[in-house]
Design a binder for this molecule. Structure first.
Ligand code: SF4
Length: 258
């Protein structure tokens, strides 16, 4: 028996607290999701055909990424999936990682920050220095996310992300396929035109595991100290680096160079 299936349920993990992640599954919504899922599957299969092992999937385990995980693995597409483990992720994210690995009988590739770089940053600035300035926050993201991302993308020619255009003003006009000038790669965003309701409808219809924090009004989940719950009606990225101006709220993983 898989050890994951014998774990006791987390208290409240599946209790529906957050109505925005429980859309009414109308016929129109189901049809839209089925059509977009088919288009996403085709894009992913084309990406595999074009890039083979030089294609990778940056899986942050967010709602969009569990949809992509399901699309990729149920189609048995040979795509490596990696997670940047910053060392500051919330416990719920590790729980989800175990659930996904058990459900799909797979193993994600984890990339960790270089310990020397983390030690130097903390020694110079303090353990939670990212709250002090945009510069120190970006420096922390560089050490814990961007440098490991460079290692994850080394030797690759293309990558897949769960970005959606509607997530943030910084993602307006996002295409399903774009040239990622910052990393010198082709970037596939199969869910670029999906709405939040469509993402959650897919999760409900296919019973995909998801992060328990979503039920507690965390629409976008990153590192624990840099993510908070949002209020109903707030922008879905409002809980990320909330002490900064909206135009600064990117970690640099998805810098855009038109
Ligand atoms: S999100 Fe916060 S803790 Fe995580 S790498 Fe960026 S600044 Fe550091």
């Amino acid at each position: 028996m898989n050890p994951q299936t014998s774990l006791p349920a987390r208290p409240g993990a599946n209790r529906p607290h957050n109505p925005s992640i429980h859309p009414e599954l109308t016929g129109a919504l189901r049809a839209a999701v089925a059509e977009k899922a088919e288009a996403a599957r085709t894009l992913l299969a084309d990406a595999v055909a074009e890039f083979g092992a030089a294609l990778t999937f940056a899986n942050s385990l967010g709602a969009e990424d569990v949809v992509l995980t399901d699309l990729i693995l149920t189609a048995a597409l040979p795509v490596e999936s990696f997670l940047l483990d910053t060392g500051r992720l919330p416990p719920e994210t590790y729980t989800l990682l175990g659930e996904l690995e058990a459900r799909y009988r797979t193993r994600l590739t984890l990339y960790f920050p270089e310990s020397d770089a983390v030690e130097a940053y903390v020694r110079a600035h303090g353990v939670d220095a990212f709250h002090q300035s945009v510069e120190l926050r970006r420096a922390c993201c560089r050490v814990r996310k961007l440098d490991p991302l460079r290692r994850a993308l080394a030797g690759k020619k293309a990558w897949i992300t769960g970005l959606r255009a509607a997530q943030s003003p910084t993602r307006d006009g996002l295409a399903q396929r774009e040239n990622d000038g910052a990393n010198g790669l082709v970037k596939f965003n199969p869910l670029a035109d999906w709405s939040e309701a469509e993402v959650w409808a897919y999760i409900r219809i296919h019973d995909v595991p998801y992060n328990a924090l979503h039920e507690r009004f965390y629409p976008s989940i990153g590192c624990a100290p840099c993510t908070r719950a949002i209020s109903l009606g707030e922008d879905i990225r409002a809980g990320r680096w909330w002490w900064e101006m909206p135009e600064n709220r990117e970690c640099g993983l998805h810098a855009r160079h038109p």
